[in-house]
Design a protein around this ligand. Structure first.
Ligand code: F6R
Length: 236
């Protein structure tokens, strides 16, 4: 596992975007695994700016997202489909039919889709304050595959900031499984802010265990963590 420390959120985002651009340039038909949430917003902004300045081509790129809420339509501004379109897809001229998010009825089909694309070349991840990756909450078997998952109350609370009330926050999502994520050829985990410092410390220092989903990343051969100083503050 490679750990890159950056001064702040901006430099974390810049570094992450640079790695994505490098990946897409070296393999124009790259399959990118993408994450939503607050953490990668800055990275997507830098990808947008790079596209405007350098026209990095996404014509042959395919994307597969980690997760989507159950019960929200694609047009719902709170959905991850909407998030991806708004933050990234519409800015980089990627053919929209080459972008995928898991849908409620899928599961095995999403696994087959990823396999048919040749697997994920680079998977972007964030981490929940409870150590989740994708929406695989603590206790999820490491062998899990894509399917419907129940969100932990703490995850619903953390994501309530995007909804007008707690009642509106979905209780379930469809998420890539942990084994699906682990099959990616390369993984890039982004961690920012003091709220993530405790969990990052635990991931780096505790044993690999299903109670701490992100700990499995320590067994993957090609994981890079980019963490800002605040996220690394407990480690020091
Ligand atoms: C998002 C996802 C989640 C988030 C995590 C951190 O697609 O799969 O695992 O990466 O909940 O979210 P933020 O970045 O909002 O702190």
């Amino acid at each position: 596992m490679k750990l890159i420390e950056t001064a702040n959120y901006e430099t974390m985002s810049q570094k992450a975007a640079a790695l994505v651009i490098q990946q897409v340039k070296s393999k124009p038909n790259t399959v990118l695994g993408l994450a939503t949430g607050g953490t990668p917003v800055g990275m997507y902004q830098y990808l947008k700016e790079d596209y405007e300045q350098n026209q990095t081509s996404y014509q042959n790129v395919h994307t597969v997202n980690l997760d989507e809420y159950v019960g929200l339509s694609k047009e719902d501004p709170k959905s991850y489909a909407y998030y991806m379109k708004n933050h990234l897809f519409k800015h980089i001229h990627i053919p929209i039919e080459q972008t995928f998010l898991p849908a409620e009825e899928q599961g095995d089909k999403y696994e087959e889709l990823i396999a048919s694309l040749g697997g994920i070349d680079l998977q972007i991840l964030g981490i929940g304050e409870n150590g989740h990756i994708g929406f695989n909450e603590p206790g999820t078997p490491f062998a899990s595959k894509t399917g419907i998952v129940q969100l932990a109350e703490s995850t619903r609370e953390a994501n309530a900031r995007y909804f007008s009330s707690m009642n509106e926050v979905p209780t379930h999502a469809i998420s890539m499984g942990i084994s699906t994520i682990m099959q990616s050829k390369n993984i890039l985990l982004l961690v920012s802010g003091s709220k993530k410092a405790e969990i990052l410390y635990r991931v780096l220092t505790e044993d690999v265990d299903e109670s701490l989903p992100a700990s499995i990343l320590k067994t993957h051969p090609n994981v890079t963590i980019i963490a800002d100083q605040d996220a690394l503050s407990v480690l020091k």
